[in-house]
Design a protein around this ligand. Structure first.
Ligand SMILES: C[S@@+](CC[C@H](N)C(=O)[O-])C[C@H]1O[C@@H](n2cnc3c(N)ncnc32)[C@H](O)[C@@H]1O
Length: 617
């Protein structure tokens, strides 16, 4: 819908703010000045629980339809009333489209042959609007449509009217010459309902009043008017059609433009010198974790004033975008072509960012530096992957470092995909890259045979590629947690010293760093890969590497400390370290070196935790 100040083209800017909150899936998103509801719709589609409010009736109709309605209306009572065998939305919309034209309020006041001789609509379209709108009101009065079905039909009328109005954007005046669009016939189409499992809600209240009633908001989005143009005036015909002209309502079309009196719908946000007070008052009553405000450089509240008001609630950040200026009838020639659209982002004191979802007891248990109770499940024991680590380990690392659901997890040496399966179990989007197509196949086989219920829990992307090229496949700064276990140079072809089990190497490919003979060359190549991997991790994201030290013949290779060194050189911070005690798995140990040289039997691995701090360390 064409709407002055509509945010369809600025959704990307709003997304930046919403992403920063790190809240998703079910978080409560409140759009207090919803207008066309395009922003509220966008976040409903993304799975938020959405509240949309506006003090205008036509916006309320849109919000009832696109926000509150979660499934197609069924029109069951209407079916009975119309005595038809089958009914659905298309039938009802078709029924309304086929009504005979009728001369009524719209024709009289807003069509050229009516009393008012105004030309907002062609004579034919005006009569169609009258017939359709009156019929919907009749059904409502007979209680053969529900409240939501009523608003669904009103929405269909509003959208069709908007397409055939003879105006230049707003309804403050009609065009003297007929616009091509206005001579086309008015045809209703069925609104597309956005399915959702959440309890989404529409309100029609003054924003400053509603804010006192809605508590526990996660993200509050504010898009008040920026300037002196009152929406009720500029969209009075849409408002009139939504409200109707029936019963005790006696709207009067005034003057040349036929405007209806809208004194009861004046917005404080349209007045210089009053808008700042209204915003200040609203912010005082806010109970939200994050506040996002859209405004531009031409608004009636100065940037310094906005910052002053918001600073009372928390830290203010500003994101900007240059945007094509809305062209109005009053546009002067030297008016600038562009405006600077701004998004103010405020993190309030209620926004405590939890590191994870653990209760205190589990947090404590997992915080001890040695993890002794990790074991493979039956499926994993049967698998023939040389270095598979148990799902239980990946799941625990996910549990301690992330909030799980909705986040993005990566394994840059994905193998048979334990990290990815654990990620799916936690409802994450999972990304894997591996040089071997055999392992990719094995991963999907594992999913299909053993973990099918989790297959659709999140996005799955597994690339058979060289991890040095990871940024071609995975978006930079997108990964919340990279959890991986790198290959060991050609050690897997040798025998494990502790229990003499024979290792197995991964592939014969030259890009496979598991085939590099020299340890130093291997470390250098690993560093190249991890440099690229680090680019895919978001600010404050983690990279966890599960590694062990190696003895090859008489030489000891302190792999964990070399990994720590290269990761710090790459720019990640070595945050912490856990020991994964695997002693239970080693049941065939000998006294190494006995009796000449004491040598350690290595029965543990290191869980090395690195963090990408970016600029906010
Ligand atoms: C800039 S528009 C919002 C546009 C909307 N974000 C969109 O994308 O369509 C501002 C809206 O605020 C509404 N409004 C103005 N003052 C209000 C108030 N005090 N309470 C509730 N709504 C108000 C207007 O009716 C208008 O729809």
């Amino acid at each position: 819908m064409r709407y002055y100040g509509g945010k369809e083209k600025l959704l990307d800017l709003i997304e930046i703010g919403v992403k920063k909150t790190e809240l998703n899936h079910g978080a409560k998103f409140v759009d207090l000045f919803a207008g066309t509801t395009i922003v509220a719709q966008h976040f409903k589609k993304k799975g938020y629980t959405v509240i949309a409010n506006d003090f205008l009736e036509f916006s309320y109709a849109l919000a009832k339809t696109y926000i509150e309605l979660n499934e197609e209306p069924k029109f069951l009572k209407l079916k009975k009333y119309l005595e038809v065998g089958q009914i659905d939305k298309n039938y009802v919309i078709g029924y309304l489209n086929n009504l005979s034209p009728k001369k009524g309020f719209i024709f009289d006041n807003y069509c050229p042959n009516g009393k008012g001789q105004r030309q907002y609509f062609s004579n034919e379209n005006g009569q169609k609007i009258d017939a359709i709108r009156e019929k919907i009101e009749e059904w409502k009065n007979l209680s053969v449509i529900s409240e939501l079905e009523y608003y669904y039909l009103i929405t269909a009328v509003l959208e069709a009217v908007n397409l055939v109005s003879n105006v230049a954007g707003t309804y403050s005046a009609y065009l003297k010459i007929w616009d091509q669009r206005a001579i086309k016939p008015l045809i209703l189409t069925s609104p597309e309902i956005i399915p959702s499992k959440r309890k989404n809600k529409a309100f029609k209240k003054d924003a400053n009043q509603l804010i006192k009633e809605v508590k526990n908001i996660d993200i509050l989005y504010l898009d008040p008017p920026y300037n002196s143009r009152q929406y009720a005036a500029n969209y009075f015909i849409l408002e009139l059609i939504a409200e109707g002209w029936f019963g005790t309502k006696k709207p009067v079309a005034n003057g040349k433009t036929g405007m209806i009196n809208y004194d009861h719908q004046l917005s404080e946000y349209c007045y210089k010198g009053r808008a700042d007070k209204a915003l200040d008052n609203l912010i005082t009553n806010v109970n939200a974790k994050y506040i996002l405000l859209s405004y531009n450089n031409e608004g009636v509240i100065a940037d310094s004033e906005i910052k002053r008001i918001f600073t009372k609630k928390g830290k203010v950040q500003l994101f900007k975008k240059t945007h094509k200026r809305y062209k109005s009838i009053n546009q002067k020639e030297n008016d600038p072509q562009n405006t600077e659209e701004r998004l103010y982002f405020i993190e309030t004191s209620l926004a405590i960012k939890r590191a994870n979802k653990l209760d205190g007891g589990t947090w404590l248990q997992n915080s001890f530096s040695i993890w002794r109770d990790i074991a493979k499940n039956q499926e994993e024991i049967k698998l023939k992957h040389p270095a598979i680590f148990p799902l239980q380990l990946s799941e625990r690392i996910i549990d301690v470092l992330t909030n799980g659901s909705g986040k993005n997890i990566l394994d840059c040496f994905a193998g048979s995909g334990s990290t990815l399966i654990a990620g799916l179990k936690k409802g994450m989007n999972v990304y894997g890259i591996d040089i071997s197509d055999e392992f990719q196949k094995l991963f999907f086989k594992r999913i299909n045979n053993h973990y099918l219920p989790y297959k659709d829990s999140g996005k799955i992307k597994y690339f058979v590629k060289d991890a040095r090229e990871i940024t071609k496949y995975i978006e930079p700064n997108s990964i919340d947690l990279c959890l991986t276990s790198p290959p060991y140079w050609d050690i897997l072809n040798a025998r494990r010293s502790a229990d003499l089990k024979i290792g197995r190497n991964y592939t014969n490919k030259t890009q496979d760093i598991g085939n590099i003979e020299s340890y130093n060359n291997f470390i250098a190549e690993l560093k190249k890969i991890m440099t690229e991997v680090a680019k895919t991790i978001r600010e404050n994201g983690y990279c966890v590497m599960v590694v062990m030290d190696i003895r090859k013949g008489s030489k000891f290779y302190p792999f964990h400390s070399d990994v720590a060194r290269i990761m710090e050189e790459i720019g990640l911070t070595f945050e912490d370290l856990l020991i994964w005690d695997r002693q239970k798995e080693y049941n065939n140990c000998k006294p190494l070196g006995y009796p000449y040289k004491f040598i350690v039997n290595k029965v543990h691995e290191y869980i090395l935790i690195f963090k990408k701090y970016g600029h906010n360390k």
